[in-house]
Design a protein around this ligand. Sequence first.
Ligand SMILES: [Zn+2]
Ligand SMILES: [Zn+2]
Length: 147
Amino acid sequence: MSDTIRRTGSCLCGGVHFVVTGQPTRVGLCHCKDCRKAGGSVYSAFAIWPRDAFETSGEVATYGTRSFCPTCGGRVAWVGDTEAEIMLGSLDVVPTDLAPEYELWISRRETWLHALPGAEQFEHDRPRAEDADPPAPRPLSDAVAGD
Ligand SMILES: [Zn+2]
Ligand SMILES: [Zn+2]
């Protein structure tokens, strides 16, 4: 459909481009160990689209389900069986029109950061009880992070 919103993004060097079509399923912030280590920043801001709404072009390298540009190392997406998680910072239009609705792993939030007003707060991962699907596979380091 021509009126369906399409957002474009890319890595730092431009070697990898992607398009996400339609509105994201949800938008969040995460302070977990994996997000910190993978991005090098103290939290990540991301949006999740159905897997089918995500298209990428260019060569990507992968680490588990995370993909990134092999040239500049820019993160492109976390791609699972049914969903694709896009870092908000990789989108081309700035600022984005997307705002996080929830925050994960808040016990790991830097002390100089504050809860985002209006965002639902979760101690760990987002509970998935509201959907009948089994939880998405998470890296083991997330599951055992105890602090
Ligand atoms: Zn790149
Ligand atoms: Zn995380």
